[in-house]
Ligand binder design. Structure first.
Ligand code: PHB
Length: 389
């Protein structure tokens, strides 16, 4: 054997021997940890997210960046007090490469803290807590959904433009409700409106009666609300049963009527909401997504399914750019920061704090669908306040 050949053979062998672990890590199975609610008022949201996520994976032949995948799951019960223990099960006990979760803002904040400390890639497929892409932002944390502020702000602008002057808000008293109301207030008051009262009750309480009585006596021009999942269904039904639907227009961030219309029935008819998805967007990407989702799950998709699907697309983009190495956080982040994500909602990019910059649509409930009325705010970016990276 010639000297040069011998040298290169020795070098190759040395490289293989020097990094058997990282070589195995990037070619062996990639471990994905789901931390989503499987019980409680947000259970169906968790299911839709996982369905969407798995649909994208099956379209890729069940592999990402050439790596086979394995999964572990924890039911986070949408309970922030259990979130640190739950996320540490995934990071420390199960040694996952990537975490996908969660729905509830309080849970997601605990997850972001643990992900930031451990350097594990975290993709948030719903929870809108502003801290996640604000003060807690990090190179390894991404969101495929929205910030709570975004749909609220867009509806504030619309409500003012429709001539409403005095509005009452009602929501659950935790980050998602409070931040959505803040977004609404910003959009509404910048355009000449006044919030005359902020009403709230603890999550996931659904005893709305006393608050509905108060709304009736305040006689606002309209009501703006954030509720989601099972709580949204109860609120829409109670608002109608209290006789308010005919008298005082109800506006919402779109979660009020997304994934909930079968249960809300005619009590939801005509409700206007703002969100980054609608049921009849009619772009090619959305049409094929909806068809595949309906075929696979015998269900219509909703915004949560889209966010799950896009979380998987984002993971795929990051892994392809790093040859399957989720420890290469800079490479992973640079790819996503440069990406245009081809979502069923319409293509979106990520802000420098890793939150979607996206169109927010105005939708109206017609039968069992949230029908597009128009774009409420084009390419809306969360301000990302407090993010330093
Ligand atoms: C949240 O807690 O951030 C949250 C939960 C459910 C939604 C939207 C936001 O539908």
């Amino acid at each position: 054997m010639k000297r040069r050949q011998t040298a290169s053979l020795v070098l190759t062998m040395a490289m293989l021997m020097a990094s058997p672990l990282s070589w195995a890590q990037n070619t062996g199975k990639l471990k994905i940890g789901f931390m989503l609610p499987a019980t409680g008022t947000y259970a169906s949201l968790g299911t839709a997210i996982e369905n969407g996520f798995r649909l994208y994976l099956s379209e890729q032949g069940g592999k990402l960046a050439g790596r086979e995948l394995e999964f572990v799951s924890v039911d986070d019960e949408s309970d922030p007090s259990k979130a640190t223990d739950n996320v540490n099960k995934l990071i420390k006990r199960d040694n996952v490469d990537v975490i996908i979760g969660s729905v509830h803002s309080g849970v997601a904040m605990a997850m972001a803290k643990a992900a930031k400390e451990s350097g594990t890639i975290l993709i948030v497929p719903n929870a809108g807590a502003q801290a996640v892409t604000g003060p807690m932002c990090a190179m390894n944390i991404f969101r495929s959904s929205f910030s709570n502020w975004q749909p609220g702000y867009a509806m504030g602008e619309i409500a003012a433009k429709k001539g409403n002057k005095r509005i009452v808000t009602i929501t659950w008293k935790y980050a998602a409700g409070e931040e959505t109301m803040k977004g609404f207030k910003d959009g509404f008051e910048q355009n000449g409106g006044t919030i005359i009262k902020d009403l709230s009750l603890p999550f996931p309480n659904v005893e709305f009666q006393a608050l509905l009585t108060e709304i009736a006596s305040l006689k606002p021009d309209a009501v703006f609300t954030f509720f989601a999942g099972g709580g949204a269904v109860k609120f829409v039904k109670d608002y109608s049963a209290a006789g308010l639907k005919k008298k005082i227009p109800l506006y919402g961030s779109g979660f009020l009527t997304d994934g909930t219309l079968d249960a809300e029935g005619s009590d939801a008819e005509g409700i206007l909401t703002t969100l980054h998805y609608a049921d009849n967007l009619n772009n090619k990407r959305d049409q094929s997504f909806r068809l595949a989702y309906a075929k696979t799950y015998k269900l219509q998709p909703d915004v949560y399914a889209v966010q799950g699907y896009d979380a998987a697309q984002m993971l795929s983009i990051g892994l392809n750019a790093t040859k399957g190495d989720p420890k290469n956080i800079n490479g992973f982040a640079q790819a996503l920061r440069a990406a245009k994500i081809d979502s069923p909602r319409g293509a979106f990019t990520l802000s420098s704090s890793h939150n979607p910059v996206q169109d927010i649509y105005l939708r109206k409930v017609v039968g069992k669908e949230n029908i597009l009325e128009g774009v409420a705010h084009k390419s809306l970016a969360d301000p990302g306040l407090g993010c330093k990276m």
